[in-house]
Design a protein around this ligand. Structure first.
Ligand SMILES: [Zn+2]
Length: 288
């Protein structure tokens, strides 16, 4: 009798163990099935992948890419010693305020020599659908048309950065200056260096809501199918590659394959045909 009871207990214990293992397996299977779904959902609702012939590297933060480590010589030199080599001793020019009217707004030139009027108020369109990025109300519809045309060709022109306030531009610029000063540059040199990658406040096309950084601020963007598409088609929607590789001596801004500026369809097509950058097209070359 005692033996049978012991047997029964073993059977019950055995069954309990099997049941426990089964419950564990089922719950594990369920949780591992749910996991990928959740990940897919978030990717679908946030950013879409960029279709390209070559993979686009993770978009770095604006700070990282708009402010690339200038050169290797900087890293090698001791940080306490000021870097006088290769940094212009000339202070930055004092930019002149431009006049913006209803008829010239799309061709306004801002750069190190020209800035937007201090009291200029940008009127923004609602966010570009599927993003938190805004553009001037007259430009957003052109970006959306271009986005849709690219999409029809299997290309995603992910809006990354459009309008940026002057306050934000100012803090980005000052942070950049501070980082150069902490590397041993004088304040004047630091300002010149900072301006090579971040425009001073009021001098950026982003402050006007006329420019869009597409898919990030990645120097390798020029290798993508999205870039190729833009080079072929962006002018039809009024956008130009604002800082081409072969115009750095004029724009004073490094090659930015991701930065596209609205100038209007007519001007964009003319510039594409002539190969001119905006300064050349407007006849406003910087002093040599
Ligand atoms: Zn930009």
């Amino acid at each position: 009798m005692a033996k049978r009871k012991k047997n029964n207990t073993s059977v019950v214990l055995g069954a309990a163990v099997i049941l426990f293992v089964a419950v564990l397996s089922i719950s594990y299977a369920l949780s591992s099935r749910r996991q990928p779904d959740m990940i897919e959902d978030t990717t679908n609702t946030t950013t879409e992948e960029i279709t390209s012939t070559e993979p686009v590297t993770q978009p770095a933060t604006e700070e990282q890419t708009q402010t690339p480590a200038p050169t290797t010589e900087k890293a090698v030199a001791p940080s306490t010693e000021p870097q006088t080599k290769e940094v212009s001793a000339d202070p930055l020019p004092v930019p002149a305020a431009v006049t913006i009217t209803e008829s010239n707004w799309n061709l306004v030139l801002v750069n190190l020599y020209y800035k937007m009027p201090d009291d200029y108020k940008v009127t923004l369109a609602p966010c570009i659908p599927g993003s938190d990025v805004k553009l001037d109300y007259r430009v957003a519809e052109y970006y959306e048309k271009m986005y849709n045309a690219a999409k029809a060709d299997g290309i995603t022109l992910t809006p990354y950065s459009g309008y940026r306030s002057k306050d934000r531009q100012n803090s980005n610029f000052n942070r950049k200056i501070d980082s150069y000063i902490s590397q041993g540059y004088s304040p004047a040199q630091a300002k010149v260096l900072a301006a090579q990658s971040i425009m001073p406040p009021g001098c950026s096309e982003h402050n006007l809501g006329l420019a869009m950084d597409i898919a990030g601020t990645d120097a390798n963007f020029y290798k993508t199918a999205a870039y190729k598409w833009l080079m072929e088609n962006a002018a039809d929607y009024g956008f130009i590659l604002r800082y081409p590789e072969d115009k750095v001596h004029i724009t004073k801004v490094k090659y930015e394959p991701w930065h596209w500026r609205y100038v209007g369809v007519e001007a964009a097509k003319a510039m594409k045909a002539s190969g001119q950058c905006l300064e050349e097209y407007l006849g406003k070359l910087p002093p040599s």
